[in-house]
Design a protein around this ligand. Sequence first.
Ligand SMILES: [Zn+2]
Length: 320
Amino acid sequence: MTASAVHPGTLATGLTRRHALFAGFCLCCAPTLGRAAESFTMEEVGPGLFVRKGLIADATPENADAIANIGFLIGRNGVVVTESGGSLADGQWLRAEIVKRTDKPITHVVLTHVHPDHVFGAGAFVQDKPVFIGHAKLTEALSARGEFYRKRLIDLLGEDRTGPVVYPTLSVADTAEIDLGDRRLTFTAHGPAHTTSDLSMIDSGSGLLFPADLLFVNRIPSLDGSLKGWLAEIERLKAMGPARAVPGHGPVAVDLAPALADLSGYLKALRDGTRAAIAQDVPIDKAVTSVAADQRDKWALFDTYNGRNVTVAYQELEWE
Ligand SMILES: [Zn+2]
């Protein structure tokens, strides 16, 4: 019995976890993603390139942190996981989707940055012994935060659905390229922006850019690196060539220019509003409720993240 041959819902109701494990299929993902999985589908957004749209939500026990856009691409020599998922359960769901479509080996897993919704699926692929690709600063970032994120996810999902912290085995300090025989992947390590470990990728097979969380669409961006740096990296992304991109959150593929314009609009409102608050001696606890308020209607989860973004921006801009 393989994961791909059985509908998870059937297993979830018909078998206990113990039965499922004895049958050779870890059922972790079935009840976990049960409700969410019904609405999850892989969309083929380019030749041999599949993406699952993440939920516009925060992690819950029901959604297993399946909130990022994740996926894979199939090359002549193997499969590359472009984003691993937000938990072991999410990664197992993704791995099952891969096995349904190809028997080629999973040779690479991209860890796009330190955030848990993008790296905790990696544990599902350890058995494949792939190369785990990450930014040169990712190991340091995971060392500092990985266990904290893991404990928080365990509180929410339980240990067996959370998975281990997986570290990169190939670090990218500037750029790197992988040749899959019929398509090439070009990686770029970015300066501090969304985080300090943002890695983007261009796939020659589809022509698509994978900026990960350097590009949020519809969901409010979260700032965890450098506001000024992010605005600079947006200019770099514009110059990279692709017209379309797979954002870290939002639709599975978008036109790059208007999506970057919306993102810039928010980040500039955050920058300019924060600078004005600092200039007028408005304290942080007041600034968090006023800065960028005119952006509220444009972004989902605005009230959850905007205040935090203002705090990060304030600390960066206070001493410029
Ligand atoms: Zn992120």
